[in-house]
Design a protein around this ligand. Structure first.
Ligand SMILES: C[S@@+](CC[C@H](N)C(=O)[O-])C[C@H]1O[C@@H](n2cnc3c(N)ncnc32)[C@H](O)[C@@H]1O
Length: 400
């Protein structure tokens, strides 16, 4: 199941470890498909009719659905199983990573020194203050989060995210687990074919899944990724060198990066904002506005806002906020992305959003079709997030 970690930082797992990974992945698939389907059925057949009888109306909001479903056995079973399988994904990869931790750090060094295939750089800042919303959490139940270090030049937390994601994603994210940014960036290039960025920055890049596809789209551009986690950026550097992609990774806080004003053409993030508290998201947007060149673009792949979804789907996505150590998830999804872009300085008419069909699932033709459709339907109607009507990635942004 960790076969999607197909670069030089691959861990040599034992057969027992691989069997455990397969089991964790299979169980997770059962929870997300069968159990979640059963929970929906109990909601539709039992909980919603009972709510209607009592209140003379259907539930209108995600919190109402959450409250009504909470006493049901299926909700408790689903929640317990989801938390357990989430932990299993990480636990199934940690022993191998602990065994190889020193060797992984050594491999990253060697990959960095080998400049034949790629000439990427790595900058680590041991004095960087890790924000409390990272240092005080094990986000999505990932022990050690993105920043903890136990040995010199530790890359383990990067390896845990990479290997854990491979078990977690069940092949969903494509061969390099970068389908989201592959799809989002492909859509972007097709929708804005005349835009030729020279410098691109990926905020909260972790190990570069969201960074490297930009170099594929724009080979002439200088591509950077920043993250507060030193193990994350070290691993990102090694992974990029291994794939032969030149990218520059730095340990920096996206709220104050110290990059000069007007230095980037694209400032992007992927699955980053929902892990950040509201006031810090606002600081990050202002910092992005400052760093963007006039005519540049800020772009974020994220979970779709609650205002775009029905009450049940909102409840389903917000579950993570309550039970999966994603404390900022719901507050982020309650925000209006357009208002937040405007508050950071972007003009209202410069806002846009789109949903990119998954390149991995549907191919480039589906993206061409979505771009053509978007030119006709500009109301963002064909939106969606995960687990509903196909695999599509919601993206919003604004031009400076
Ligand atoms: C869910 S991960 C992002 C995943 C990654 N972009 C991808 O597509 O695979 C969130 C990342 O944001 C980083 N992070 C959180 N707060 C940050 C901040 N203020 N500045 C930079 N990185 C931050 C975390 O360390 C973590 O690596």
């Amino acid at each position: 199941m960790t076969e999607n970690v197909n670069h030089d930082l691959k861990v040599d797992y034992t057969r027992d470890e691989l069997a455990r990974q397969h089991f964790a992945s299979g169980l997770r698939s059962y929870v997300l498909n069968s159990l979640s389907g059963n929970m929906r059925t109990v909601y539709t057949k039992k909980v919603e009719p009972a709510f209607k009888k009592k209140n003379k109306r259907a539930p209108k909001t995600a919190p109402e659905i959450h409250k009504a479903l909470k006493p049901e056995t299926i909700f408790k079973f689903y929640s317990a199983m989801r938390c357990n399988t989430q932990e299993m994904c990480f636990r199934s990869v940690i022993p191998g990573i602990e065994r190889e931790a020193e060797d992984l750090a050594r491999r990253v060094k060697i990959l960095g020194q080998n400049t034949e295939k790629a000439q990427g750089t790595l900058t680590v800042d041991p004095k960087l203050q890790i924000p409390r919303y990272v240092s005080e959490l094990d986000v999505h139940l990932m022990a050690g989060n993105y920043h903890e270090e136990h040995i010199p030049d530790d890359v383990s937390q990067g390896a845990i995210f990479d290997n854990g994601l491979s078990v977690f994603a069940m092949g969903f994210l494509g061969p390099r687990m970068d389908d989201i940014t592959q799809s989002v960036s492909t859509y972007f290039t097709k929708r804005y074919p005349d835009f030729k960025p020279k410098k691109i920055l990926d905020l909260g890049c972790t190990l570069g899944h969201s960074t490297l596809p930009w170099k594929e789209r724009y080979p002439e551009a200088e591509v950077h990724g920043v993250d507060v986690g030193a193990p994350a950026v070290r691993y990102a550097h090694g992974r990029a060198q291994s794939y032969g992609v030149t990218a520059h990774f730095a340990q920096k806080d996206a709220e104050h990066t110290k990059y000069p004003d007007a230095s980037f053409d694209i400032i992007y993030s992927c699955m980053f904002l929902h892990e950040v508290p509201k006031k810090n998201i606002r600081a990050i947007f202002k910092e992005a506005y400052r760093m963007l060149k006039p005519g540049g673009v800020m772009l974020h792949y994220e979970l779709p806002p609650n205002s775009m979804l029905g009450a049940y789907d909102s409840f389903y996505l917000d579950w993570d906020s309550f039970y999966n150590k994603e404390p900022f998830y719901k507050a982020f999804r309650d925000m209006d992305p357009q208002d937040e872009c405007a508050a950071a300085g972007f003009k209202k008419g410069k806002y846009f959003q789109y949903t990119a069909p998954s390149l991995n699932f549907y191919g480039a033709d589906a993206i061409d079709k979505a771009v053509a459709d978007a030119k006709i339907h500009t109301d963002g109607e064909n939106h969606m997030g995960r687990l509903v009507d196909g695999v599509q990635w919601f993206t919003f942004g604004a031009w400076k």
